[in-house]
Design a protein around this ligand. Structure first.
Ligand SMILES: [Zn+2]
Length: 513
């Protein structure tokens, strides 16, 4: 028996009309003995549309051609959770499907080209066709991909794959920086979003997707979703879930999940540095065939986020001069090392804090890291470790990156680190260092120092190009003596009113109060 059931509920929420589509499809109920085949794929990008360089096929294939087969299943993160859980079940087969790798430069990459989006969505659909009979599709997406000429790419990807696979369950997991709306929940059957920033629950959400997917295919779960846009936009730096009120929002979602059986409540805070029509917070609720409950919970969550909007979106941070002075004073009072989060620098090439540290007589500081491929190549072409060099670093990759800073120092390290063939450590002034990487590198913990020959105990101040993820490696383990988040000029400012948006809705708080 094949069932197809679609139903729509129209709700008036404040002044805006919200249309909720429930799940489109229900697979035929299969007995536990019928083998199940589920396709698994990923296509993930957090696009900083204000950043300078587009993300095309060359960038997507910088680390190699797209993955296929078992390489996809071994790719970790959300997929690890999905695969581990699915393998606990008898009679469940999972098939890795053509999936692009991480793009060069990660979230410092701008608009994904339509050519790249078309290539990978087509490649994925074709590989699903080759895979033969499928009972379900799991997609590990990010949710903040922005594609030139494709307004809501994740929803579009699901629609394109749906054309190939038909009315079988398509489940999606997302990062909490996702910019989505009901187009995605209309296209997909269920969406699960991580609740922690730093992102500790990626595997957990993958696991949930697997268990609910298998129940859906076997006929004991029928995902029905409700989606809301609370109407707020927040900079990433305020979204950490170890901070209030972000913590309370996710706790409220967990309470709903705990007291209501078979309910999954997700909130994406959104990614403010993408100029897209579905930017900002999104609530997505999955229930087991209970549209009334889905709508009730979605309204509750959305209403709560709106009520605490001032606390959430209205915080203030010190600017460069004040923040650097605060960090130096804190280090001198013995709270070492002090971590400065240069949160707004999205290309990793900004020198505002480096310049200010030099100006204020900072010592024992380390810029971790400065993305400057030109300087890395210039030093590597003429020098070896131990040489003294004079070189200009940073200050050119975007219009807010500041001025190039001329440094005369010693090359303490020149060689491979992680994914990078060449990384340079320059030591200058009073035991100061700048770690030069060819691309943006967000050092979320202190593991970078030892391989580069830097002793953590020698550092008074560590400057990171990070917003919240660094808290995992510096705050949670008590390593940082103090943390100063500095709002230097950059493409990712805390004050969103300075961003020249063109495509976002007109009524988002705090842009409109
Ligand atoms: Zn994220």
């Amino acid at each position: 028996m094949k069932m197809f059931r679609g139903f729509f509920v129209i709700l008036a929420l404040g002044s805006s009309i919200v249309l909720c589509a429930a799940a489109q499809a229900q697979a035929p109920a299969a007995s536990a003995k019928t083998p199940i085949r589920i396709a698994v794929a990923t296509f993930s990008h957090e696009t900083c549309t204000f950043c300078p360089s587009p993300t095309g096929v060359t960038e997507w294939e910088y680390y190699g051609p797209p993955m296929t087969g078992d390489d996809v299943l071994k790719s970790g993160g959300y997929i690890r959770g999905f695969v581990d859980a699915a393998r606990e079940y008898d009679g469940v087969q999972i098939v890795g499907i053509y999936s692009p790798r991480d793009a060069k430069g990660g979230s410092s990459g701008s608009w994904v080209t339509k050519e790249a989006f078309d290539k990978y969505s087509k490649g994925m659909a074709e590989d699903m066709k080759r895979a033969g009979h499928l009972d379900g599709v799991y997609l590990a997406l990010h949710g903040a991909m922005a594609v030139t000429g494709v307004p809501k790419p994740e929803a579009e990807l699901v629609r394109r794959l749906r054309q190939e696979v038909g009315q079988i369950p398509i489940f999606v997991t997302l990062d909490l920086h996702a910019n989505e709306d009901k187009e995605l929940s209309d296209a997909a059957n269920a969406v699960f979003i991580i609740k922690r920033y730093p992102h500790y629950d990626v595997a957990l959400q993958g696991e949930r997707a697997a268990r609910i997917m298998i129940r859906t295919i076997r006929g004991t779960y029928k995902p029905v979703m409700a989606t809301r846009k609370p109407g707020i936009i927040t900079p990433s730096v305020f979204q950490g879930t170890d901070m209030s009120p972000s913590m309370e929002i996710m706790e409220r979602a967990r309470k709903w999940e705990e007291r209501t059986r078979d309910v999954y409540v997700s909130v994406a805070y959104g990614f403010a540095y993408a100029d897209v029509p579905d930017v900002g917070a999104t609530v997505m609720v999955v229930t087991n065939n209970n549209p009334k409950l889905a709508n009730e919970i979605a309204d509750d969550m959305s209403g709560y986020i709106w009520r605490i909007r001032e606390q959430f979106a209205g915080k203030k941070l010190p600017k460069t001069k004040e923040g650097v002075a605060q960090a130096i004073a804190s280090a001198r009072s013995g709270k070492k090392p002090v971590v400065i989060a240069d949160h707004s620098d999205r290309t990793g090439n900004s020198t505002h804090i480096l310049e200010e540290l030099i100006r204020q007589g900072g010592r024992n500081f380390c810029i971790t890291t400065l993305a400057d491929e030109k300087a890395v190549n210039e030093i590597a072409s003429k020098n070896k470790a131990g040489d003294t060099v004079t070189v200009s670093v940073g200050g050119y990759a975007d219009q807010y990156a500041g001025n190039p800073v001329k440094i005369t120092g010693t090359v303490d390290f020149l060689g491979r680190y992680g994914r990078f063939e060449k990384v340079v450590v320059l030591r200058f002034g009073e035991n100061n260092r700048v770690i030069l990487t060819p691309l943006l590198h967000e050092a979320t913990d202190s593991s970078i120092f030892q391989p580069l020959g830097i002793k953590l105990a020698d550092l008074d101040v560590i400057v990171l190009k990070s917003r919240v993820h660094f808290r995992r490696g510096y705050y949670e383990n008590g390593l940082a003596g103090d943390i100063v988040v500095v709002d230097a000029p950059g493409l990712g400012p805390a004050d969103l009113s300075t961003i020249p948006y063109k495509n976002i809705p007109k009524n988002l708080y705090p842009l409109v109060r």
